[in-house]
Design a protein around this ligand. Structure first.
Ligand SMILES: N[C@@H](CCC(=O)N[C@@H](CS)C(=O)NCC(=O)O)C(=O)O
Length: 241
């Protein structure tokens, strides 16, 4: 049995994996798990990932959760070009540094703004109060500034002159609030130029293809979303606001 990736391209870590695997010609079977239909809550999927989250990998009888662990598994199994996860000690450390930092920073704040702008109005039927939206935007702005000053600086990419896993993971995360309507690249020319370089490095067409679903997210209506998923978003948002 070949490699299977369980993905929903609405999810940013899934897009990172999809783009990485496709741009490196890694052979895999795309197993679509539609979150909005609650397909991650089935017993069948539970056998692949007991955490019931996407992405997940199955390679023969071996299963793996967590996008970063899966990316690193693919890097090693398929011996992808060095620049993705450089062998050079300090360049690799730069990639690790970003991958460690991002979970509770870019990822957490980006998803908060996305849920606030897209999911909360879907649940309540009303837009989020402006002050809450402003707070979520400000929190994201703080980590964007840190990203620019600490991680990107004036380099073409996070690890230096070549694209790495860190850039791909960062960009797919930033596309989540962008697709929710926050044009964060508009007033950030350095980030916008980096975005172009990353898209170019992975292939602009592939990047666009992977983002088709999320770019249409604004058309999603509550009746298209499984009630238990709406409920889980609601709990998540209540905790955060
Ligand atoms: N830390 C995990 C996060 C996985 C995750 O939160 N996946 C979300 C989609 S982005 C999910 O499956 N959510 C469904 C749920 O929580 O019920 C990773 O990077 O893979």
């Amino acid at each position: 049995m070949g490699l299977e990736l369980y993905l929903d391209l609405l999810s940013q870590p899934c897009r990172a994996l999809y783009i990485f695997a496709r741009s490196n010609n890694i052979p895999f079977e795309f197993k679509r798990v539609q979150l909005t239909k609650g397909q991650h809550k089935t017993e069948e999927f539970r056998k692949v990932n007991v955490l019931m989250k996407v992405p997940a990998l199955k390679d023969g009888s071996f299963t793996l959760a967590e996008s970063i662990a899966i990316l690193l598994y693919l890097v090693q199994k398929f011996k992808t070009p060095d620049h993705w996860y450089p062998a050079d000690l300090q360049k690799r450390a730069r990639v690790d540094e970003y991958l460690s930092w991002q979970h509770v920073n870019i990822r957490a704040k980006g998803i908060k703004l996305f849920l606030s702008k897209v999911m909360l109005p879907l649940i309540t039927g009303q837009p989020l109060p402006p002050e809450k939206l402003e707070l979520a935007t400000e929190e994201l702005n703080v980590v964007l500034k840190q990203f620019e000053e600490k991680f990107l600086q004036d380099k073409p990419f996070i690890a230096g002159s070549e694209v790495s896993l860190a850039d791909l993971v960062a960009l797919v995360e930033l596309m989540q609030p962008v697709c929710a309507g926050y044009a964060l690249f508009e007033e950030r020319p350095a980030l916008a130029a980096w975005r172009s370089r990353v898209e170019e490095a992975v292939g602009k067409e592939l990047f666009l293809e992977a983002h088709q679903d999320i770019m249409n997210i604004k058309n999603l209506t509550a009746d298209q979303v499984a009630p238990e998923l709406l409920e889980s978003f609601k709990q998540h948002l209540l905790k955060q606001n």
